[in-house]
Design a protein around this ligand. Structure first.
Ligand SMILES: *[C@@H]1O[C@H](CO)[C@@H](O)[C@H](O)[C@H]1NC(C)=O
Ligand SMILES: *[C@@H]1O[C@H](CO)[C@@H](O)[C@H](O)[C@H]1NC(C)=O
Ligand SMILES: *[C@@H]1O[C@H](CO)[C@@H](O)[C@H](O)[C@H]1NC(C)=O
Length: 469
């Protein structure tokens, strides 16, 4: 499956217009076939049916005139409109495996699968037989009450609103608020866009379990805006009738299907566009000659913060001071604007941070930068595979995960056999320290980064030209 073949498949159909005459011409071949079939059916029908029975709807059968044909078209179009079947957006038959196969979202429709690309659905397309996607309902807490259907543009459901242009429809099992989940929900659209002439949407539709979500979290919105511009989120507020999308890309599998190399490219583009939008130039620090090693302690307040931040800060400061060119920054992750975060991470080679959503900002570091992660007690035993998300994210974004430190000190969970209960017991506890371990670990990572930086400094730096999109 070459890139060529698949991108040809995605050539977007010319902007559809729906005046009557156009509809008529488009429908005619289809109608003629239908017509012929009706005639055949008629003559092969049971002998009990009288051909001249009054139920026969087409009196001018043997001498069709234009006007009778046009009536026929009208009548069949009306029938097509009425035959559109809306199905629930969230299909409870799949509640036990909501993310498997077609997922429980728009479960009757198969995703298009292309090598190394996210699984997606595109409407109108050959697989939808030229039909567009329509939604009905704007429930925000019960996805089974919202529904979808496919309709031919010439026969949209009665009282439908046509939303022109391209719509990005994002359904996620998680949400569009949390920065990691939001990133995973929008990344497949970036991948799709890169493959389709960097196409931008006219609007977003955001869903969670088929429930309509009114907005993205602020970080996610800023990132989406850096890529696709300030496009609105459709909440279907103008009446109860159906809404049909002239063109729509639907994503419901997050990153699933995107190949490792493609992920690197997608995140590279996100990094590039975010820096561009924030006016952050990654060259600033590099042009000073001596390789600078920038270590950033990205701290949290409350849940999963360090029990004794001062000791941790001074420990890392001490290790940093031992290395020529090392600069330590200490920042609190809350209260930073999006661009503050982009700027801080662009200027970070080593990210030192407790496990948590703020780590998603590793995305904005230069490829090859390092991540050091910290967990409270109990995560290893009770958190399941979800605890490795930032490990995976480091791989996906081209960073080096330098391992994790796990606190072994702290309260025991009251019912050690209750996995979930124990996880919630430990989840947001504070993180202690092992000064010997932290110092040795910091020294090892600093040394590795120093060597890499010296190697880089001896090479001529090639300035990259603009973003890919
Ligand atoms: C869609 O159908 C058209 C016309 O039959 C054909 O030329 C095109 O290759 C098809 N695209 C895909 C992806 O199959
Ligand atoms: C979806 O895929 C399944 C399995 O590959 C197939 O049996 C089914 O016909 C497909 N459905 C549609 C609507 O294309
Ligand atoms: C702290 O780390 C050192 C070095 O890895 C290790 O030898 C020691 O056992 C650790 N102490 C505790 C209390 O875990």
């Amino acid at each position: 499956m070459g890139m060529e073949a698949s991108s040809a498949g995605l050539k977007i159909q010319p902007r559809a217009k729906y005046p009557c005459r156009c509809a008529l011409t488009k429908l005619l071949p289809f109608l003629l076939i239908l017509f012929t079939l009706l005639i055949i059916c008629h003559f092969t029908a049971s002998p009990f049916t009288n051909p001249s029975s009054p139920s026969w709807p087409f009196p001018n059968l043997y001498n069709p005139t234009y006007s009778s044909q046009s009536k026929l078209v009208e009548s069949l179009t009306a029938k097509l409109k009425d035959s559109i079947t809306f199905l629930p957006l969230k299909d409870l038959r799949y509640s036990n495996s909501p993310m498997e196969g077609n997922t429980w979202f728009m479960s009757s429709l198969n995703s298009t699968i292309e090598e190394n690309e996210p699984k997606y659905l595109y409407f109108p397309s050959n697989s939808s037989k030229g039909r567009v996607l329509c939604f009905k309902g704007s429930h925000s807490s019960d996805g089974t009450k919202n529904s979808y259907a496919l309709a031919w543009p010439e026969a949209l459901p009665p009282s439908a609103t046509l939303l022109e242009g391209l719509t990005f429809v994002s359904n996620t099992y998680w949400n569009h608020d949390n920065i990691l989940h939001g990133l995973n929900a929008i990344a497949p659209f970036v991948s799709w866009s890169m493959k389709n002439q960097c196409m931008k949407p006219s609007r977003w539709v955001l869903l969670h379990w088929g429930e309509v979500e009114p907005k993205m979290g602020s970080w996610v919105r800023n990132l989406a805006k850096a890529l696709f511009g300030d496009v609105g989120v459709e909440i279907f507020g103008k009446g109860d009738g159906p809404y049909c999308f002239e063109k729509a890309v639907v994503m419901r599998h997050d990153l699933e299907g995107i190949g490792a190399q493609k992920k690197l490219k997608v995140f590279e583009l996100l990094r590039c566009k975010a820096r561009e939008a924030c006016g952050v130039d990654p060259m600033e620090m590099k042009e000073r000659g001596v390789p600078t090693i920038r270590m950033t302690l990205l701290l949290r307040r409350g849940a999963r913060s360090f029990k004794n931040e001062e000791v941790v800060k001074s420990l890392f400061r001490k290790e940093c001071e031992r290395v020529e060119g090392c600069v330590l920054s200490v920042i609190q992750s809350d209260g930073l604007s999006f661009c503050d975060q982009v700027r801080a991470m662009t200027n970070t080679d080593i990210l030192v941070s407790p496990h948590g959503a703020q780590q998603t900002n590793m995305l904005f570091m230069e490829r090859g930068s390092s991540v050091m992660e910290f967990f409270p007690k109990g995560w290893l035993e009770h958190a399941g595979i979800g605890q490795y998300i930032y490990h995976w994210m480091a791989t996906d974004t081209g960073m080096k995960h330098q391992g994790a430190w796990r606190d072994s000190v702290g309260e025991e969970c009251p019912n050690p056999k209750q996995e979930l209960e124990c996880f919630f017991f430990h989840k947001d506890k504070k993180i202690g320290r092992n000064e010997t371990y932290f110092a040795e670990w910091a020294r090892k990572v600093l040394n590795e980064v120093r060597i890499t930086k010296l190697e880089q400094a001896s090479k001529k730096y090639v300035r990259l030209s603009g973003c890919e999109c």
